[in-house]
Ligand binder design. Structure first.
Ligand SMILES: [Zn+2]
Length: 266
């Protein structure tokens, strides 16, 4: 006879984009990471966004078997980059836990108080070339580049990539899909003013989507404004299930398969 107190089956949530190197986790990083299995989170990719955080991402991945890493430099961190840094990223990428180059891209939101666009573009292209050389996928950060980011990806014929924290239109999503790339959603999908992202999510096949927290940022409803963590990726999956009119379990299963395929994880 089945015991009635058997634990509810937890599903395998894959948080494909997190920043546990962030100092907002300094107090309790190890505690949070070691308890994530209680939330059904079985895999995490910690994303590098500067030279420093690329190194700490690799350190985290070395420490935890369920944490993987990417190495790369976010557009707003490219101001002081050198060719020696590119060589260092290349060396870091040789660690078997490093699964992609990213996050890289363009961010024009804070201009003119940010790295000038031509410098951002230069290092974006340089890191795309590095990813090609290494045959690795890319994690793309595109904020208010007004189509320039996709233009560059198209010119460079990049198909093995994911556009992360998607909040664009359905029309732009189609272009990304046509290029062969994946699209990933954060808690933004759950926000009350996220109609555009919801419309985009409707037309993207489940097989082309991933879920992420981008923690400590982007906490989903009903936790908006709090420090985010991977346990909250469940709310993104639940919203996706509602939008796609499929079960939560199906979203969890398929996004997990997608993430493993994309990042090359067994
Ligand atoms: Zn990020």
């Amino acid at each position: 006879m089945q015991k009635s107190n058997r634990k509810v089956k937890k599903y395998m949530l894959f948080d494909t984009h997190a920043h546990y190197d962030d100092d907002r986790f300094d107090e309790d990083r190890d505690k949070i990471l070691s308890e994530l299995k209680n939330y059904g989170v079985t895999n995490i990719v910690n994303i590098g966004s500067s030279m420093k955080t690329s190194k700490s991402s690799v350190e985290l991945a070395n420490k935890y078997d369920f944490v993987y890493a990417t190495v790369g430099v976010h557009p707003s961190e490219t101001g002081e980059l050198t060719e020696a840094d590119m060589e260092e990223l290349k060396q870091l990428s040789k660690n078997p836990k490093v699964k992609a180059i990213g996050e890289i891209g363009l961010d024009y939101h804070y201009l003119p108080d940010d790295v000038p666009p031509e410098v951002q573009r230069k290092w974006f292209v340089r890191q795309l070339d590095l990813a090609k050389e290494l045959s690795m996928p890319v994690v793309i950060h595109d904020r208010e580049s007004k189509g320039e980011c996709l233009e560059i990806l198209k010119e460079k014929k990049i198909s093995n990539g994911v556009v992360h924290c998607y909040s664009g239109s359905a029309e732009t999503a189609k272009k990304i899909l046509d290029m062969g790339m994946m699209i990933s959603f954060t808690g933004v999908l759950t926000f009350k003013n996220a109609r555009r992202a919801v419309e985009a999510c409707k037309i993207i096949p489940l097989e082309r989507m991933m879920i992420e927290t981008d923690c400590p940022y982007m906490a989903p409803e009903p936790h908006r404004g709090e420090r985010n963590f991977s346990g909250y990726v469940e709310f993104v999956a639940r919203k996706m299930a509602e939008i796609k009119n499929v079960t939560y379990e199906e979203v969890v299963r398929i996004t997990d398969e997608n993430a493993k395929r994309f990042y090359g994880i067994e």
